[in-house]
Design a protein around this ligand. Structure first.
Ligand code: ADQ
Length: 486
């Protein structure tokens, strides 16, 4: 496919497709739907935009890292441009600096970040490759939207190559307070990397404030409220754009007769307990899976809950399995679940149903419909889409949400039972209250939360970011066409 210059370029670590090995042994592409692609797809289509990213390590045959079959291609009408990563780059840039340095550092050092100079060098090199690629693909005055913590140096590198571009950056995870960010040996380079953008977006206003304060202290630029004034006359705006989900799509799914039937089947399979509690997460130490299972285990141990009356379903999809801390977490959780089930489960009635599977959206919607209480207890989370998905699926205004104060979603979903996941007694109180809440109380809370998410769905999120980019640097760029809904 010829690479036509694009007016909109999305740059993200991952492409919205996975590279898999087909039945005939040839590599092929499979869509991996996610929130980001749903949000961006309509704008991408309307502008014949291109998405640049890594398609992930090939599953199946060993061809990882090769450039073979990595030319730009079209998948279901989207222009995709893959970047290959070598085995060393995956280790240093992705597993190392992104997931063992930045991820824990940006999540309140819930785990200890590791600082290695070779990982940093890999991070710089891979960021440069992404920036060069974006510079090649972008039309004159195009808009480039860079995503997330893996690519924080791209805005500045890209600006040096292409000063004509409008550049936006969005961070999906929290931006830490200065006291923690300061630990990073390369703190100044990261701040300068981000300052290459015209607009830097965060999930919460607190993230934007942390960033502006750090820029003032560490880089010495003048700032005023959410603006940074650079010596070359440019201004950079830092603001919050809380991400959301495709609310209508989740609600539609939840209303499907097949999904309703499947939700009933799930409850039947669990032995028709009076109450079903649910947790759904990527298996990650930031998600507080341990805290909620311990709280539930203690309630069962104390005889407050009977395993035939109340069961906990915990879905935890393994992720980043080659990073040591993730392997340790998986073993810890296996042990905790085994102990609780061994001590309190009965034949046919385990206290906790623990699943590592990854499900299609329909099954997720059925799980959300089957659950009376959704328990979301991260120690720190940029937003947490699971909490919003649960709310979207509860169209009867029933069901209870227990939500950590430390999830970005708590900023909007104020009517949830908000908890501090470090306070086990507090989590136990919330579980008790949610299990015993009357219908009226549940409906009042759920109705308000549903209104909140309906008013700010994923399309509104993408639109507000792109419109803001238009305003920030309208003097230079072309206006983007509105989203193509067809
Ligand atoms: P994540 O840390 O991945 O995202 P989250 O926001 O909860 O966390 O999103 C997880 C997504 O994966 C949800 O859409 C959920 O439905 C899906 N999912 C989880 N388990 C699944 C399973 N077993 N099968 C199928 N799908 C499953 C990062 C940040 C978040 C931020 C998002 C978006 O860490 O804080 O909300 O980006 O910006």
């Amino acid at each position: 496919m010829a690479s036509v210059p694009a007016d909109l370029v999305i740059v993200a670590n991952r492409l919205p497709v996975d590279r898999i090995t087909g039945p005939d042994g040839e590599p092929m592409w499979r869509a991996s739907p996610g929130g980001l692609v749903t949000a961006i797809e309509p704008v991408l289509r309307a502008n014949r935009g291109v998405w640049i990213g890594w398609p992930g390590a090939v599953t199946g045959a060993v061809t990882g890292g090769s450039e073979a079959g990595m030319e730009p291609f079209e998948h279901e009408g989207l222009q995709l441009d893959p970047i290959a990563l070598s085995a060393e780059e995956i280790e240093g840039f992705y597993e190392g600096f992104s997931n063992a340095t930045l991820w824990p550092l940006y999540h309140d050092v819930v785990a200890k970040p590791e600082f290695h100079r070779e990982w940093w060098e890999a991070y710089v090199a891979v960021n440069r490759r992404f920036a060069e690629h974006a510079a090649d693909r972008a039309a004159k005055n195009a808009m480039v939207w860079v995503h997330d913590y893996q690519l924080q140096l791209v805005p500045q590198m890209l600006r040096e190559l292409r000063p004509d571009l409008r550049i936006g950056f969005f961070l999906h995870i929290p931006f830490p307070p200065a006291e923690l960010f300061q630990q990073l040996p390369w703190r100044r380079q990261i701040l300068e990397g981000l300052l290459g953008a015209d607009l830097v977006g965060f999930q919460l206003p607190g993230g934007a404030q942390n960033f502006v304060r750090l820029v003032r202290q560490r880089v010495g630029h003048k700032t005023h409220r959410d603006l940074v004034y650079l010596p070359d006359g440019r201004t950079v705006r830092a603001a919050a754009f809380p991400i959301s989900i495709d609310v209508d799509n989740f609600e539609e799914l939840a209303r499907k007769p097949e999904v309703i039937a499947r939700a009933k089947e799930i409850r039947d399979a669990l032995g028709n307990p009076r109450k079903v509690l649910l947790g759904v997460d990527r298996l990650d130490y930031t998600k507080g899976i341990h805290a909620r299972l311990r709280a539930f285990g203690e309630l069962v141990a104390a005889g407050e809950l009977d395993v035939e009356e109340a069961v906990f379903v915990q879905v935890a999809t393994p992720s980043r399995e080659r990073v040591e801390q993730y392997r340790v977490l998986r073993d810890d959780l296996d042990r905790l679940v085994g102990r609780i089930n061994g001590d309190y489960g009965r034949i046919g009635s385990p206290a906790i149903s623990y699943l590592h599977a990854s499900y299609p959206r329909e099954e997720m919607a059925a799980l959300y419909r089957a659950a009376d209480v959704m328990v979301v207890t991260p120690y720190r989370d940029g937003m947490n889409l699971v909490a919003k998905e649960y709310v979207a699926c509860r169209y009867n205004d029933d069901g209870a949400l227990i939500l950590s104060e430390f999830a970005g979603a708590a900023y909007e979903l104020r009517q949830a039972w908000l908890v501090n996941p470090y306070d086990l007694n507090g989590v136990k109180d919330a579980i008790r209250e949610a299990l015993h809440a009357d219908e009226k109380d549940l409906a009042r809370r759920m109705r308000t939360m549903r209104k909140t998410i309906k008013a700010a769905d994923i399309t509104a999120w993408a639109r507000s970011f792109l419109e803001e980019m238009d305003i920030v640097r309208s003097a230079h760029g072309k206006a983007l066409l509105p989203a193509d809904k067809t």
